[in-house]
Structures are given as structure tokens and as C-alpha cells.
Design a protein around this ligand. Structure first.
Ligand code: SF4
Length: 355
């Protein structure tokens, strides 16, 4: 691989992102790497800036309330990243120094081989490799690897190849250059081989668009759920989901999953489900609308109901419940899905969709 060509191309095109400032700030890099997982740079950049303004040092983040961290993260999705980031900040603050080897970084919550390689090479100049989706694509094409890169054997090969390409003392820029190349030239569709700095040694150019060879996954199943707006003197009941699992620790309107195999009506499933989760006897009054939400592995349609509840609130699924003024939710950590259902409550009969 022509590293000189790759590096000089990268140094010419690299965007001046704040976490790339010199000298490197390991905390800012950790934050950027965790936020950039599954998320576009344009989307996560304002979140990164807000986190850095509010918690400028890792010790500040470590001392923050969990709910405040989730609240600041709200809208970025994949909330386990926020919880792990917070835990990792606490570990670093307790250690009193930032871990600086791949091995020590991997001991941090939520830090896998990719993130450890990124921080070790970019923040600490270690000769560490990394393979993310962009690097995987570049390497599969460059080496014309036609097998499925998700198999353990090919994964091991890709990591070994990534390590073999690291130029001593320049791993940080090399890794960022490969990722940038994958993001801008060696793209999934229409790779720009004509202007690529690696074209002279690239074996897979002729079949680039067909690599990496990843057989299509099964379509995400359609699932249904329903939630309820219970009002009391202008306030609505919100509940906090269990820490572990989907949307863990976030607040939402009390909701139930609807079993597609159960042929009972939606209203009776909602009444039964909420009795189970909240201990309340619920009377549904009106269906306000519905929202769509696409998770990684499923597509959800959620109805929003208005109704009344009686009996004693007994939490059997949620970890907390409280009454809130809908105009004053402040920093309460709410998922995008919850925000959409609340928007239906504010403007009933709208069909809202959310990707
Ligand atoms: S030459 Fe084409 S296929 Fe090869 S690395 Fe460059 S953009 Fe990708």
C-alpha cells in the first residue's frame, strides 16, 4: 500500500474537526469515537460540542448525574453508548490518568478493539491498527477479498492486514486516512478509483462495487406497540425504562408491546398490558394517532392513546414513574420515539414517522 500517497492525500483533504486539534485530547477523541459509532459526523458534531462545553474534562463527565448525560445524549440513539461512556469516564477519573495502550483502553466499558485502536493511535501515537466499516471496505477491495468479511476467519485476516499496513510512528494519520478514504472515495456505491491515492496497488478495482461481499440480511420485522397518555391536572404520567435493554434508562409514555400472534383487539391488549406493567385499571378513550420508528433490527408502529387510570400505581416493568408538565420536560432523557409520541399528544391525528 502506498502510504505516502495515502497520507499526503489525507493531509490535503482532512476536515478540521475539533477533536483532531493538536495536541490531541484523549477525552475528546474518546467522546468523538463513541458518538461516531453508527452515526454520521454531521449529526454527532453538535452533540460533541455540547458535551465538551458542559463537561470539558473527563473528571467533569465522571461527576455528572446519569440522567443529565442521557438527557444531553437524547436524539443520538443507541443509548448504551451514553451509559458506557459515563462509566468509562468514571473509571478514567478514578485511575487518575488516561489509559494509553490498546490493552488498557479495552478494559474501559464500551471500548472495543476499534475504539481502543483509534484512541491509542490518534491520541497516544501508538502503532495500533483499527478496522471499522470504512476500513473493512477499503481493505476488501484493495486486497480483492471476495469472502464475507463478517466471518471470524476474514475478520482476523482484515485485522492482520490493517496491522501490516501501519507505517511506524504515523498510525494515527494512517488510520484516519483509511477511514476518510472509505467515507469519501471508496464509498459503497460508485467508488472514485480514478482519483484514489491507492489505485496503483488496488487489486479489486475492477469489481470494487461488488465488494465487500455481504449477503443481504433478512428484512427487519414489523412490530407494533401502544402507549397511553394519562393526564392529571395538566400533568402527564411518564415512566423510566429499565437500565438494561432497549432504550434503557430513558423516560417515555407508559407503553406495551403488542403480540402479533394474539388475536385479541388492540384495546384489550393495551388494557391488559398496562395492568401488568403499572397495576392500573385503564379505560382507553381515544386513539390520538401513531408513530413509526425504525430500530436497527425492527420497524415499529406505535399507537398513542388517551385514557383514564384508576387503582394504585405498582411498577412491575418500569423503574420509576412521575407526573410531568408536558411543557416543562427540561433535561429529562427522552428517546426520539418518546418525543414523537408526545408530539402526537400535542397535535393529535397526525401520522408521524421517524427514522
Ligand atoms: S482504487 Fe477504488 S476500490 Fe481501490 S481503494 Fe481506491 S477507491 Fe477503493
Amino acid at each position: 500500500m502506498d502510504n505516502q500517497a495515502l497520507l499526503s492525500w489525507y493531509r490535503g483533504v482532512a476536515r478540521a474537526l475539533p477533536w483532531r486539534a493538536k495536541p490531541p485530547n484523549p477525552y475528546g477523541i474518546l467522546l468523538s469515537e463513541i458518538m461516531a459509532q453508527q452515526t454520521r459526523i454531521e449529526t454527532m458534531l453538535p452533540y460533541w460540542e455540547r458535551f465538551m462545553a458542559r463537561w470539558p474534562r473527563v473528571e467533569d463527565l465522571a461527576a455528572a448525574e446519569g440522567e443529565a448525560v442521557l438527557g444531553e445524549w437524547a436524539g443520538l440513539g443507541y443509548y448504551s453508548r451514553a451509559r458506557n461512556l459515563h462509566k468509562a469516564a468514571k473509571v478514567v477519573a478514578e485511575l487518575g490518568r488516561f489509559p494509553d495502550t490498546v490493552e488498557d483502553l479495552r478494559a474501559l466499558p464500551g471500548v472495543g478493539p476499534y475504539t481502543a485502536g483509534a484512541i491509542a493511535s490518534i491520541a497516544f501515537d501508538r502503532d495500533a491498527a483499527l478496522v471499522d466499516g470504512n476500513v473493512e471496505r477499503v481493505l476488501c477491495r484493495f486486497h480483492r477479498i471476495e469472502e464475507d468479511p463478517r466471518t471470524p476467519k476474514v475478520k482476523r485476516r482484515l485485522w492482520a492486514l490493517a496491522e501490516s499496513h501501519i507505517p511506524k510512528g504515523e498510525a494515527g494519520d494512517h488510520n484516519q486516512a483509511l477511514m476518510e478514504l472509505g467515507a469519501t472515495l471508496c464509498t459503497p456505491k460508485n467508488p472514485r478509483c480514478d482519483v484514489c491515492p491507492l489505485k496503483s496497488g488496488c487489486s479489486g478495482q475492477q469489481i470494487a462495487a461488488s465488494l465487500p461481499n455481504k449477503p443481504r440480511k433478512q428484512k427487519a420485522p414489523e412490530v407494533r406497540a401502544a402507549c397511553l397518555v394519562l393526564e392529571r391536572e395538566g400533568s402527564i404520567l411518564l415512566c423510566r425504562r429499565p437500565e438494561s435493554g432497549l432504550l434503557g434508562g430513558l423516560w417515555e409514555l407508559p407503553a406495551v408491546d403488542l403480540d402479533p400472534a394474539d388475536k385479541a383487539s388492540e384495546t384489550s391488549l393495551v388494557v391488559l398490558g398496562l395492568k401488568e406493567r403499572l397495576g392500573l385499571d385503564v379505560q382507553l378513550e381515544r386513539r390520538l394517532g401513531q408513530v413509526r420508528h425504525i430500530f436497527t433490527h425492527r420497524k415499529l408502529t406505535q399507537s398513542v392513546w388517551a385514557g383514564q387510570g384508576s387503582g394504585e400505581l405498582t411498577l412491575r416493568f418500569y423503574e420509576a414513574a412521575a407526573w410531568f408538565d408536558p411543557a416543562d420536560l427540561g433535561e429529562l432523557p427522552l428517546s426520539k420515539l418518546a418525543r414523537k409520541t408526545l408530539a402526537v399528544h400535542a397535535s393529535p391525528d397526525e401520522q408521524l414517522s421517524l427514522i
